[in-house]
Design a protein around this ligand. Sequence first.
Ligand code: HEC
Length: 139
Amino acid sequence: MKTTYVALTALALFLTAGAVAISSEEKKPEPAGAQKKPDEASIWMKKKLEFSQNILAGLTRADFEAVEMNAKAMNVLGFLEKWVRANRPDYQRELKYFETANKALIRQAEQKNLEGATLAHMLVTASCVRCHQVIRDVK
Ligand code: HEC
């Protein structure tokens, strides 16, 4: 279990580095208000936002490799997140939606199906919004 966790963390870092390298050409300054104190989850989430933007860019270019790579990086983040709020059933449910949509995205990118990947990306995006809605409602 522990070795799996370590391996996945290493993989996440590796994928993160790769995805950052791809997106570095379109780095923009941080928007105002983004300087909230970073906890572990929000650092991952910033990555998620970056990955999902890379995915959108990949879709517009029909660059399936970029879509697949960034979706796989998000998949690892989702996997790691399971331990962050493991005791929250509503969070775990939303995370499941997210993972299901993201896996569909990886599958569609592998099959080089642009329409399917675009739809899956929209489902992933919907799951981002929904989970945040659930989190806000609880607060
Ligand atoms: C399963 C739940 C869940 C999903 C799915 C999810 N998030 Fe989050 N997100 C969170 C939580 C929890 C936080 C931290 C909120 C807080 O405590 O204020 C967060 C915070 C964020 C933040 C703010 C980070 C910051 O530093 O202020 C961004 C940006 C973000 N998420 C982007 C995304 C994107 C993009 C997706 C989809 C690709 C996504 N999230 C999917 C749960 C989720």
